[in-house]
Design a protein around this ligand. Structure first.
Ligand SMILES: Cc1cc2nc3c(=O)[nH]c(=O)nc-3n(C[C@H](O)[C@H](O)[C@H](O)COP(=O)(O)OP(=O)(O)OC[C@H]3O[C@@H](n4cnc5c(N)ncnc54)[C@H](O)[C@@H]3O)c2cc1C
Length: 397
């Protein structure tokens, strides 16, 4: 097996992980290395076509099998999802993106679907035969999830959906959509429900979008889309809880992806600093360059530990939402800094169009916006601070 390059093995050896985690992520790392020629050959297609092809690749190789797993194991628990995303992001942005959106959307069905819904959708998603998307955001409802307006009105044994969804990853290739819609059981967040909507139903349409880091991305329209009642996920009125549950679980995995991208940038910078001759020595011999590389190493270690902490809490049935927000905030903010500093170390070579660092620079930026923007995460974390603990402490004056 090839050497593991997408992770710091010393962190994987900590008791936060089991030997099985290390074994599986090493296998994925080797698989990614073997797939490089195939992945490169896909670059002639547009990002939506690439996403389709990558889902098939991932599915056929068994990397989406966690969607049909009955219980959390070192190939399907939160730690493995974070580790796998780190590896996929290290090797290929679109491979990570396809894996993450399929996993997130499929997990909603896995967690809240009926047996019939699970049997129908999950094997196809796990094979990479079908693509899924998670449609929550609207043009006027992003951070403010309770402002969702897409309506689902009960008519006989169906719900009729009308409205739009915005910025939906895999929205232009999805075969099934998880849609959060307003059913009106109560005001604001209390009046939302989740549905599985087959994308081929009459009235569903999309407009493909371009992103600074190309990917399958679209706005969706729903015009009198008749969805059978049995396609509701969980109970009516539970849509907000379902959306929050899944976002809390998955935002730590965005931390994993951020580490993958920034680890690659740090590796590129270190290699360049070693090879670049300057002032009759190497760039690496300059103290400020050493300091920049050292800070990258510190940030990568801290991001890895925070992500592991969040996933460990989730896997052990502990309260984890705060740690998930902490991991995503820190790892994604640090990734921006690491990639930027890596570009600085390369000098002009760092800003060449089409270079790896240019791609990384584009790829890490959206991570601070979706699945909880940095600002909303800070608000969440601040709301968990224990004011009572210090309120009456006279010694702190
Ligand atoms: C690449 C990409 C993929 C995406 N994929 C999906 C998807 O698959 N499904 C989906 O449903 N959505 C998706 N989104 C949408 C994403 O979830 C939203 O963009 C996000 O929730 C932010 O909403 P917004 O863009 O409307 O910004 P707004 O909510 O308008 O926020 C604008 C700015 O205000 C800040 N802000 C918000 N609240 C506060 C506050 N309390 N204090 C201070 N500042 C605040 C935000 O952090 C942000 O910087 C995706 C977005 C991107 C970029």
């Amino acid at each position: 097996m090839n050497q593991l390059i997408s992770h710091d093995i010393a962190i994987l050896k900590l008791p936060l992980y089991q030997p099985e985690h290390v074994k599986h992520v090493t296998r994925l790392d080797a698989w990614c290395q073997q797939q490089q020629t195939t992945l490169n050959s896909l670059s002639k297609y547009n990002s939506s076509q690439q996403a389709r092809a990558m889902l098939k690749l991932l599915g056929q190789a068994g990397w989406l099998r966690h969607l049909i797993s009955q219980e959390a194991t070192p190939t399907s628990d939160a730690r493995s999802l974070c580790l796998f995303r780190q590896t996929l992001a290290y090797f290929d942005d679109l491979l990570d993106f396809a894996y993450s959106i399929q996993s997130l959307s499929g997990s909603v069905i896995q967690r809240f679907g009926t047996e019939k819904q699970r049997q129908h959708y999950l094997p196809r998603l796990a094979e990479g035969e079908w693509a899924a998307a998670f449609a929550l955001s609207e043009l006027q409802a992003g951070s403010d999830v309770a402002a969702v307006t897409l309506s689902a009105k009960r008519q006989g044994d169906s719900y009729v959906l009308n409205g739009q969804k915005a910025w939906i990853a895999q929205g232009d290739i999805a075969d099934c959509l998880i849609v959060i819609a307003r059913t009106g059981e109560g005001p604001g967040a209390l009046g939302l429900s989740a549905f599985i909507v087959d994308a081929f139903l009459p009235g569903v349409s999309h407009t493909t979008l371009g992103a600074i880091a190309p990917r399958s991305w679209a706005h969706l329209r729903f015009d009198n889309v008749r969805v059978p009642m049995e396609n509701i996920l969980g109970k009516s009125g539970q849509g907000f809880i379902i959306a929050l549950d899944i976002l809390d679980r998955f935002r730590m995995t965005v931390g994993g992806a951020a580490i993958g991208f920034s680890r690659r940038a740090a590796d590129i910078a270190l290699r360049h600093a070693l090879q670049r001759k300057i002032y009759q020595g190497r760039l690496l011999d300059l103290q400020m360059v050493k300091a920049a590389l050292a800070k990258m190493e510190i940030a990568l270690s801290a991001s890895s530990l925070l992500t592991a902490q969040a996933a460990w809490h989730l896997d052990h049935g502990r309260t984890f939402a705060k740690y998930s927000a902490v991991a995503k905030y820190f790892a994604t903010e640090q990734a921006g800094k690491i990639v930027d500093d890596a570009i600085q170390i390369l000098g002009a070579a760092g800003v060449v169009a089409g270079s790896q660092l240019e791609r990384l620079y584009r790829q890490i930026r959206p991570l601070r916006i979706y699945e909880g923007s940095s600002e909303t995460l800070l608000m969440n974390i601040a709301s968990t601070l224990d004011a009572h603990r210090v309120q009456h402490r006279e010694d702190l004056q």
